[in-house]
Design a protein around this ligand. Sequence first.
Ligand code: NAI
Length: 736
Amino acid sequence: MNTQIFEKVGEGKSMVQLNVRPDGVAVITLDDPNEALNTITKKFGDDLLMAVERVERDSQIKAAVLASGKKGSFVVGANIDMLKAIRRAVEAEELSGTLARALRGLNAKKPFVAAVDGPALGGGFELALACKAIVASDDKKTVFGLPEVQLGLLPAANGMLRIAQRVSIQVALDLALTGKNTRPAKAKKLGLVDEVCPKEVLIDVAAKFALDLAAGKIKKKPIKLDAETLTLIALEKNPAGRALLFKKARQATRAKTKGHYPATEKIIDVLETFGSKGFDAAAKLEAASFGELVVSETARELIGIFFATQALKKDKGTDAPSVEPKKVSEVAILGGGLMGGGIAYVTIHAGISVRLKDKDDAGLGRGLKYVREILDERVKKKAMTPLERDQEFAKLTATTDYTGLKNADVVIEAVFEDLDLKHRVLRDAEANMKPDAIFASNTSSIPITKIAAASSRPENVVGMHYFSPVHKMPLLEVIQTKKTSPQVVATAVSLGKKQGKTCIVVNDGVGFYTSRILGPYMNEAAYLISEGVPADLIDRALVDWGFPIGPIALLDEVGIDVAAHVGPIMLAEFGERMTPPATTAKLIADDRKGRKNGRGFYLYGDSLDSSKSARSSKKGKKEIDTSVYKTLGVEPINIKVPVEEIQQRCALQMVNEALHCLGERIVRSPRDADIGAIFGLGFPPFRGGPLRYVDSVGAAEVLRRIQGYEDRFGKRWTPAPILLEKARENGRFYER
Ligand code: NAI
């Protein structure tokens, strides 16, 4: 076989290798010698162009296949280090233009076919789309997606435009605005992919496809579209229909983003230009928009989060470099309620056997049903086959006694939130566990040190604080006491990562990190209510600021009883700063626990239905139970308080408490504080987290605002010492 390696003199090793097969198909292999995965860089574009030129020049070559040299991964997108280093919009615009030109070269006289095995994301997907056809492996890892929007960017190598051209504007909008992944079968159905085959024959199938294209045997198969898609395409083809489509897309997007994510607006602009003025005009706008976005504040914060999560993937959770996590082959879970069930699911989904224990059959039945329902849902969504579901479910066994506990490497406790019960369960478990197995508690509020007081092996006790619903929430807060061994921490972190979680390690203390910073945030919302601010006004203000749910609606979800239980504990530990308003006690006296008993700030179940039918109000919209104001003895008439004040008072309480936690070393770093608040509590990602928010506003300005509230409201606004320090030094938490 004739092999040529492309090397650009003086610029290091080539990323592109070319082999000509005896059948006249050139296989171009993309393989970045310096990275574990292929990413798109400027050099990549240059090397690719050289390969394209070679294919065009060589009369022995009839067609070409583009494949990856990385096992199980095609190309995962633009190199984000490269993007981060860009300081001026025009640099990014030029880069986009260069890459787009390189990809346009693939539309050569001889057909290029992309052979995709593993993820083809962002620029990787755009690269595949620039070929005449895409052949994909049916491997589990193979997915197509345009995730740029998640970094505050847009796909900048004309991929959206090619999807709009090849399939429809609607599909391009959907993929670019959501950043979601599409599996090969779905991609083929949509017309994005031409052929799907097992990975073992991928190159051969792609080569045959390329030869057939070269010989004019396949024109490009017409896609069989369903009636709904055909209607949409018909809609796109006429200007009035298109205008309607974009109007709807803008409305739906703004409702979700509240205008905080400019990339979404630009994606719509580019595709609208494509619809009205064609490919070239849209490509120009795309490059210019990319330039603006790359240097925008939003992209900077979102890219910061991306790097933080990447760093956390590599972080073992302990600073002791020699410590390695222990292997976890089996996990036992005590308590099959909402949390125990969820933890059981993410554990079997990670391929680890689970022994689930509850106090009675009813509890176990609920736990098993919960897991089964999640699995069934995944089958329904075609995310797994019925066989895979059955294999996963078979990893879960159940018991009402401690049989089988001796096989567990980690025992996770998720029984009721009651210290005596937790002590009893811990002692019973230790009597039945392997001596070196780990005992982890999923308590949401009891300090782990208190739980570990009942243990004969406190070095093996750790906190693993999951969030509800466990299979959807991305964070795991791992809590170490002064006695927890570093290896136990590392093992908890390693298990959490296998369960698909982003893990932060925090030091023990009341409320750990996340519950602690949530406390004053929720308290402030309750103070606003006691001042007569309507609850729905508060919720709307914080949702507009970027939280996924307002603090009052969240209180109903978490449970007013839970907040009432934690409030006095926080007050005892942290003093006046955490003084809860008198409202909570009144709510509890009126048996208002929130959603769980259908009585809270909002209406639920029957009372909601009857109220809605009486007023024929919109389906799915939440409504305040106005009788709650009577319970509280307040009149909700204070509607003049500025929205910015509501937003700042609640958000800055969370920010100030995060600063206290950093100063007290509850969290290990600004990175962990930001990730914990975003992934655990929904702090607006585009603001980068509480500490990045301080950096963007400026420590002195944040201090000025907090001191203003301290003058008005007193001690609950005591600024964190670390904020005073940063304000004095004009310092930052992150380098620019
Ligand atoms: P839950 O009430 O849904 O479930 C508790 C389960 O424990 C029940 O199935 C019960 O039968 C079982 N149980 C009670 N005593 C037991 C014993 N001796 N042995 C075995 N099982 C026993 O409660 P949920 O919401 O799952 O909470 C469990 C723990 O997780 C609590 O410590 C809670 O604070 C914590 N947590 C809860 C979160 C939430 O959002 N619900 C979030 C994070 C932590």
